[in-house]
Design a protein around this ligand. Sequence first.
Ligand SMILES: Cc1ncc(COP(=O)(O)O)c(C=O)c1O
Length: 326
Amino acid sequence: MILNKKFDLGFLPTPLHHLKNLSEKYSPYHIFIKRDDQTGLASGGNKTRKLEYLIQEALDNGCDTIITAGAQQSNHCRQTAAACAIANLKCHLLLGGTVPQKYNGNLLLSHLLGAQIHFTGENRKGENIDSLKQKLELEEKKPFVIPYGGSNLTGALGFVNAVKELKAQLIAQNLKIDYLFFASSSGGTQAGLILGNDLYNLNMKLIPVGIDKSEAQGMSLEEVVFNMLNEGKHLLEIKKEYCLADVKINHDYNEAGYGVITENEKAAIKELAKSEGILLDPVYTSRAFYAMMDYLKKEKIPLNATVLFWHTGGFPANFYYADKLM
Ligand SMILES: Cc1ncc(COP(=O)(O)O)c(C=O)c1O
């Protein structure tokens, strides 16, 4: 099966466990967490799963160099740099903004992991990838482009595989998940979770929480996800018609914009840290976790529901945003 052809990078399966203290506080809801902050690969996160398939594709194509892009505090770029170190590939990162006075958080880690970093000003979503690719080709390199966020169908397969992993855990723990909350930004995680949910018949109701207001690849995030679903259903032989209106993303919590830390994100980080000893990140998981808490407090989903929070990692960015988190 197509899901078996991957370059192993992760510590998988990641734990699935009950949040006892939080479930008591939000009773009668039952709250569980999937610990993709523990996937390994330079401190974990959701990109490990995508990179297992993307790096395999790069190697299959005989490539020797990876190019990808993101913000300076990109978790995707940090994990790509780590994956390249393991796979003996040269790594070029195109990061928005200008050379900072001090390297910190993910940027520091990407540097330590050996990536060659290019600062690209306003462009943090891969706008400069093509020109770098051409330059490297002229130097006789064989570059492989990983899109912004690792979000294409190849990357999304990592999350189809993640749902397969979850299903085995749910059977072993005799559990059924009613609602699944997670952060959605470049769409690959969401597309993979939707495809996996349908392929493995888990019947979870997905609540993706939008992190970034602006468009990706000149399209709305909903369109990006929709395109991956249509491509993926053929590859995975899922007999279902997807329509754009079915791709629902909750944008109520991203009013402040990408990477802007408000009292909400801070409150979410403190709540999970103080109740369960688990650290969120300040950009993605804190926003999604805040949304989940808000749903539970306002009883926006039926009482007694079993709820899963998919922790997608990102812990190193806390150090970069230290001043905002005090
Ligand atoms: C920690 C974390 N969570 C969630 C996401 C969102 O995943 P996706 O880009 O697949 O939507 C990202 C993306 O960079 C991330 O770094």
